[in-house]
Design a protein around this ligand. Structure first.
Ligand code: SF4
Length: 365
């Protein structure tokens, strides 16, 4: 079996929304990232600790202290759930998805209830549990594997532990609804995706697609946003409101394209009408020690040219460890009100009224 399934659980959010992206991604080379390496290391630590019944700090190996603390949050959460624990099980959902399999971090079975716990070590994108296709496929596969042995299983629960964002989220559903979703939604789309058919559909899921830089559907969607509008010298409020929810994806697309094309140009690709130039650069001292020596020799006092700057909160957490940080410095941490942000109406955060927003803007200024 291939290391990456064409229709993997981890990419399900993408191929369920854009079925032909599955074959397209399978034809493109893997992208190496230090984040992926870090995630693999954290999962390895979590697995070793769970299997051996030990604390993350007791596992031998070159794991950073900060990683041990974050992984321990996940271990504590998993261990607090009663039931029989299965760790890092490779589970198949081939009944619904051709060659569909995935590795579930933790499956817990307890009196008719199945719980999937997924460790997300990344902190770039917050992952929520409700309607999370990856977790639903893991739960489906675990249900299929264990229902006849440990069942009947009548309820499934999916938990995301994302310790670096201090985020734990869970969501549950009756097992029969999960199977209905697999039959009615997953199976027909997976069949299209397996055959490389279906419609290209861009959206937030594009950020995890290897074709995101050159995909025509994504470019068309981004560029059509303003083109769709009726004519007139100025955009109306209705038109602005229609553009707004699509802006973050357009910005993401523009940034992806800039990074990709710059990288290719540096590697030798010639784009018609474009050239590489030296970007803006900022002056800096080549040797700060020598600068200090010369300023001292010239008669300046150290307090005139030296500043002592305190490390930031994240660095302090790394320095003393997350737990010790809360007892040592926790009471000295304040979280000012955030600056008002305009978001679509279905965003989970409560709405600010305009006066509150004006006040927060003043506070944040
Ligand atoms: S970039 Fe988006 S639209 Fe294009 S193939 Fe990938 S997921 Fe589909």
């Amino acid at each position: 079996m291939a290391a990456h399934a064409v229709l993997s659980a981890s990419s399900a959010e993408r191929w369920l929304a854009c079925p032909p992206s599955a074959r397209l991604n399978a034809s493109l080379p893997d992208e190496d990232s230090s984040y992926a390496h870090e995630g693999t290391l954290a999962h390895e630590l979590a697995e070793r600790a769970l299997v051996s019944g030990r604390h993350a700090h007791e596992i031998e190996g070159d794991y950073p202290i900060e990683m041990r603390e974050f992984v321990q949050v996940y271990l504590d959460h998993v261990r607090a759930i009663p039931g029989t624990l299965k760790v890092e099980r490779r589970l198949s959902f081939e009944k619904w998805v051709p060659e569909g399999f995935g590795t579930s971090d933790a499956v817990i079975l307890d009196e008719g209830r199945l719980t999937i716990v997924d460790l997300k070590y990344g902190k770039g994108v917050r992952v929520d549990a409700p309607n999370n296709a990856q977790l639903m496929l893991y739960a489906l596969a675990a249900y299929d594997a264990y229902d006849s042995i440990w069942g009947p299983i009548d309820r499934v629960r999916m938990v995301v532990v994302q310790p670096r964002l201090d985020h734990i989220d869970e969501w549950g559903m009756p097992a029969h609804e999960l199977v209905e979703w697999a039959e009615q939604v997953v199976k027909p789309i997976a069949s299209l995706a397996w055959e490389g058919k279906g419609m290209f559909q861009s959206g937030e899921h594009c950020q995890f697609c290897k074709a995101r830089h050159t995909c025509r559907a994504r470019a068309d969607e981004a560029l059509a946003t303003v083109g769709d509008m009726k004519r007139g010298p100025e955009l109306t409020n209705e038109e602005l409101a229609a553009i707004f929810p699509r802006l973050s994806e357009i910005v993401r697309w523009a940034n992806d394209l800039t990074d990709y094309m710059t990288g290719r140009a540096i590697a030798g690709t010639q784009y018609p009408g474009l050239k590489l130039v030296e970007g803006r650069s900022v002056r800096k001292f080549a040797d700060e020690g020598k600068v200090a020596e010369r300023l001292a020799a010239a008669g300046f006092r150290p307090e005139q040219y030296q500043t002592v700057k305190l490390i930031g909160i994240t660095e302090a957490e790394k320095l003393v460890g997350k737990k010790a940080f809360s007892s040592l410095l926790g009471d000295l941490v304040v979280k000012p009100e955030g600056k008002p942000v305009l978001v679509p109406a279905d965003d989970k955060r409560p709405a600010l009224n305009s006066l509150d927003a004006a006040a927060s803007e003043l506070l944040a200024a």
